[in-house]
Design a protein around this ligand. Structure first.
Ligand code: RFL
Ligand code: PHB
Length: 394
């Protein structure tokens, strides 16, 4: 087989890239390790920046998102019972975020790919990129007991944190930056009306909590748990009891509980690899960087990598601008570090971590107080939450 771009991974990064390239007339094949249902079963992001939403529209898949997604002009931070609203719209001159689950984003992109008859190969085992420094790279994989080969111009590594793409780069060519936080997020999805019409981030002496949602009838709640906690240790009842203890009183009284539809633990990690490219292989999304979920930046930062690569490839194939290939990593990393800094900062301000000294804890409390009590503090928070602008690529 032969194509222009092989995309490894059919998560949101791979699917969105594939769709944008298709719109630009650039042929691509997606190789995914698991089944479509398995990909759709992962419950993850819920908050989309404007930039992400615009890319979905550009890819021709924004219709359901615009119809069913909820536009949010603000969110709350509750600190030991005291609630403050961050008015995103007013503080950023009209910007908002859209509440639309990653599962729905993925479903819309999968449907569009099927409709346009593009090739996706699911349950592709032992995917392996080759000859990355040559003019003729290729990818091999196994399916139904046979080994297959796809020749291509470039390879997009969209295979998440545990994928093969990053591991295919010689380790001496990469620098890794990492912080693993002593805690995780236990998330619960339930068919109950959200406790508040906007998201509430909760900073509490017992630990962080978050009230989020997927729709008017579906809620997503999170509580901070210990890093060694296992999801089996937490019954639904234990979860609801702990959440109520962390909620401001009036929200705890309003909370509607029910059996969970899904429950999982997300680890908290900040991670960046530099550079995000090796020869003909580009890394995108979680394959190159991870953030703790606190600032809702993971999927959104992945989308800005997709924007950068799809724009560069459009100019490479349309205008012969091969000089841009070498700029991919540098352009991506500027915005990646913005997202990393924001997620690290928001995590520190809102969580109680065992490795934070008493001095640092006091500093974080003072900083949170400054952010919530001053216009400039709230503005800095709001501008980053709605998403900083993408770089122009010329
Ligand atoms: P994914 O989603 O991990 O997809 C990678 C795909 O690659 C496949 N794969 C392979 N395929 C072929 N060969 C191999 N060897 C392969 N190895 C892996 C995998 O099966 C998979 O299908 O990465 P991608 O596409 O870069 O997308 C990243 C996002 O999923 C992630 O950043 C977000 O979910 C992070 N995140 C959030 N981001 C936001 O922007 N806003 C949010 O509100 C938000 N909330 C969250 C989150 C992540 C969470 N968890 C569970 C980590 C909330 C949570 C709880
Ligand atoms: C979610 O709804 O899953 C969600 C929302 C906001 C975050 C993280 C996750 O910061």
């Amino acid at each position: 087989m032969k194509t222009q771009i092989v995309i490894i991974g059919a998560g949101p990064s791979g699917l969105l890239l594939g769709q944008l390239l298709h719109k630009q007339g650039i042929a691509n094949i997606i190789l995914e390790r698991v089944t479509p249902d398995y990909v759709l079963g992962r419950i993850r992001a819920g908050v989309l920046e404007q930039g992400f939403a615009d890319l979905m529209r550009k890819a021709g898949v924004g219709e359901r998102m615009d119809r069913e997604g909820e536009v949010h002009g603000g969110f709350e931070i509750a600190c030991n019972g005291q609630r403050s609203r961050i008015d995103l719209k007013q503080l950023t001159g009209g910007n908002t975020v859209i509440i639309y689950g990653q599962t729905e984003v993925t479903r819309d992109l999968m449907d569009a790919r099927t409709k346009s008859s593009q090739t996706s190969i699911y349950e592709a085992k032992n995917v392996q990129p080759h000859d990355l420094m040559d003019d003729h790279p290729y990818v091999t994989y196994e399916k139904d007991g046979k080994t297959h080969r796809i020749d291509c111009d470039y390879i997009a590594g969209c295979d998440g944190f545990h994928g093969i793409s990053r591991k295919s780069i010689p380790s001496e060519c990469l620098t890794e930056y990492e912080r693993v936080y002593p805690g995780g997020w236990l998330g619960l999805l339930s068919d109950t009306p959200p406790v508040n019409h906007e998201l509430v981030y909760i900073c509490h002496d017992r630990g962080f909590a978050l009230c989020s949602m997927r729709s008017k009838t579906r809620s997503r709640y999170y509580i901070q748990v210990g890093s060694s906690d296992k999801v089996e240790q937490w019954s639904d009842e234990d979860f609801w009891t702990e959440l109520k203890k962390r909620l401001p009183k009036e929200l705890a009284e309003k909370l509607v509980t029910s059996p969970s539809i899904e429950k999982s633990i997300a680890p908290m990690r900040s991670f960046v690899v530099e550079p995000m490219q090796y020869g003909k292989l580009f890394l995108l999304g979680d394959a190159a960087h991870i953030v703790p979920p606190t600032g809702a930046k993971g999927l959104n930062t992945a989308a800005s990598d997709v924007y950068t690569l799809s724009t560069i490839l459009e100019k490479v194939y349309g205008q012969g601008r091969t000089d841009l290939i070498a700029k991919y990593s540098e352009i991506c990393l500027r915005r990646v570090w913005d997202g990393e800094r924001f997620s690290w900062w928001m995590s520190n301000l809102l969580h109680k971590f065992a490795d934070t000294s008493q001095f640092e804890q006091k500093i974080y409390e003072s900083e949170l107080n400054f952010i919530l009590k001053t216009e400039s503090g709230k503005k800095a928070l709001a501008e980053q939450y709605v998403g900083l602008p993408y770089d122009t690529i010329e």
